[in-house]
Ligand binder design. Structure first.
Ligand code: ATP
Ligand code: MG
Length: 562
């Protein structure tokens, strides 16, 4: 492709409003143009790379028996009402009306669509298992679209759905998909981990997220060096200490704590460590409220709370709710003398003689002991693990890394087949709900994640598997007719073997080199001063290794080295 005919509007300046490296590089390299918040036009370079990623995804889906389809973007409201998600999905669901005032959603995901398709077509278990997939634009009205294609409001996803008549079959496809995803992310050269993730309030299901490791990642991956244990911090289980008998003889006592609103200040005031304090969280769970006590230095994990109480409808009680419940303010809350059910994090279980708020501004109790001074409904894991604690599989202390979720595999079970009546007749002629799995790859997000980990201070360095072109031919001096002739010949001969971008523009050499570094093709061939002696420069983008070769040797050199 001649660059004069391409559309690659590179930028010299560094865009100020782009918060992530990949976003900056994509803007500078002329790959995307923002049309509205989180909504982009994919320019030619981006489109070529997306095509390559999609091709890899297709191959891996086909290899595990996936069959490609294409479903509508417009989803009738009725289907989403059947699943209960018209309301439950909230404001992230984009909604529109047609000329007859009928409501539609712009599909953020396609469980409803595909379940409706299959329930009309599928009658017998004999047609199972079945795996269908599509690569398509999805719409989510994200609260904070950002980082370019990493979190868009309109983005490309590969979504696959599998259907089964028994658990063993679902397990098998899940494993196949897990492996296919591993292949996909290895092939596009992402440094990734498959991590155990939370399956939401429904529980019981099984899910892994594929995380590309990158500092900009919004997820925290918990892992150890001692094994292949890795989990999303939302899910990573905290160690549970052996319960020990606590038997305190100290009297509970109310003390003045003027102006004390945090555990750190409380610890200072009482001359103890933060680890020796507790914090009391009031949670709204549906229409009820509960108290959860944690050690002062720990953080509540609302995902674990949701999964414990088996509902998504969980939130921190507001200041007003707390005032109504306890006639107290945050900072002075505690479990003594309250009607609320009290739950303890495992880590509080072995504490004794600790301070808690007195539900009265400026006062705390000290020497508090659970079971003695207040009742406990249950002990569980309600917090985030911290770095250095023992991993769930005892393989050593956990470490943290940041990750970008590029894919997820999920056993849905019968969630949609039950709510939407997708049944088949089993071997005994009984009607049973179909088991389902769903599997997503963020195709456009994957592109950004690749750039996050393949770049240097001059631009992008494309992995060969996804690069938009293989070779960049550049004429350093477009006025040098002899050089241009050599370039044209190389463009023709190399073009038979490789995908070549030929910079034939009437630009200064400096501009061309800077653009070439930005665009980041694996090899570049420069026709410069050496052309008179029949020499050109061949340079590898990643290793920066460069060679002066005679024109006749270029093809052979590339064949050996590319
Ligand atoms: P996130 O937690 O990042 O919002 P998600 O868990 O809601 O993502 P899924 O429903 O699992 O996303 O969608 C499958 C894949 O689609 C994700 O793994 C991710 O790679 C991609 N994806 C999701 N939301 C976006 C988005 N707003 N922009 C780009 N890609 C996205
Ligand atoms: Mg996900």
């Amino acid at each position: 492709m001649r660059q004069s005919r391409m559309f690659i509007p590179t930028m010299r300046e560094t865009p100020q409003d782009a918060e992530s490296l990949s976003h900056r590089l994509m803007l500078k390299a002329g790959m995307i143009k923002q049309m509205a918040s989180g909504i982009y036009t994919y320019l030619p370079i981006t489109k070529l790379v997306l095509n390559n990623i999609e091709q890899i995804v297709r191959e891996e889906m086909n290899a595990v028996g996936g069959v490609e389809i294409h479903m509508p973007v417009l989803h009738p409201k009725e289907l989403w009402q059947e699943s209960g998600r018209w309301d439950a999905y909230g404001r992230e669901l984009m909604r529109i009306q047609d000329r007859h005032d009928r409501d539609f959603a712009l599909g953020p995901t396609h469980e409803e669509m595909i379940t409706a398709l299959l329930r009309d077509e599928l009658k017998s278990y004999k047609k199972l298992p079945l795996t269908l997939f599509q690569i398509q634009t999805k719409f989510r009205d994200e609260l904070r679209p950002r980082f370019g294609l990493l979190r868009g409001r309109e983005f490309i996803m590969k979504d696959a759905y599998s259907f089964h008549s028994n658990e063993a079959s679902l397990d098998e496809t899940y494993k196949d998909m897990y492996n296919a995803y591993s292949n996909i992310f290895s092939r596009v050269e992402l440094n990734y981990r498959a991590v155990e993730a939370d399956s939401g309030a429904i529980g019981g299901s099984h899910t892994h997220e594929f995380m590309a490791l990158a500092d900009i990642g919004e997820d925290t991956v918990v892992y150890t060096d001692g094994s292949n244990y890795a989990a999303n911090i939302e899910k990573a289980a905290c160690p549970v200490p052996e319960p020990v008998e606590t038997n305190s003889s100290k009297e509970i006592e109310k003390v003045e704590t003027p102006g004390v609103a945090t555990c750190a200040v409380l610890a200072e005031h009482l001359d103890i460590t933060v680890e020796e304090t507790t914090k009391t969280m009031i949670m709204r769970i549906g229409n009820d409220y509960a108290m959860i006590l944690l050690r002062g230095d720990h953080e509540l994990n609302d995902i674990k709370v949701k999964s414990y109480f088996k509902t998504d409808d969980v939130d921190f009680a507001t200041d007003e709710e707390i005032r109504n419940l306890l006639n107290a303010t945050p900072g002075s809350l505690g479990p003594v003398h309250t009607e609320l059910p009290v739950y303890l994090d495992h880590q509080v279980r072995n504490m004794q003689d600790y301070p808690t708020g007195a539900n009265e501004s400026g006062y705390h109790f000290v020497n508090v002991n659970h079971e003695r001074d207040y009742e406990v409904v249950d002990y569980d894991d309600f917090r985030f693990i911290t770095e250095g604690e023992m991993a769930q599989d005892d393989s050593g202390p956990v470490k943290f890394m940041k990750g970008i979720e590029v894919g997820q595999v999920f056993k849905l079970g019968t969630k949609y087949s039950e709510s939407m009546n997708l049944n088949v007749l089993d071997e005994n002629g009984r009607s049973v709900p179909v088991l389902m799995g769903c599997y997503g790859v963020g195709v456009s997000r994957t592109l950004s994640a690749i750039i996050e980990s393949h770049n240097d201070d001059r631009g992008i360095i494309w992995p060969k598997a996804v690069t938009p072109f293989d070779i960049h031919i550049i004429t350093a001096n477009p006025k040098d007719d002899e050089g241009v002739k050599i370039a044209e010949d190389l463009y023709e001969s190399l073009g038979k073997r490789y995908r070549v971008l030929y910079d034939d523009r009437k630009e200064r050499a400096g501009v061309k080199f800077a653009d070439s570094d930005l665009i980041g093709l694996p090899y570049r061939v420069v026709i410069g001063r050496g052309a008179k002696e029949g020499k050109v420069e061949v340079k590898a983008r990643r290793s920066e290794e460069s060679m002066d070769l005679s024109i006749d040797d270029v093809l052979q050199y590339l064949e050996v080295n590319y």
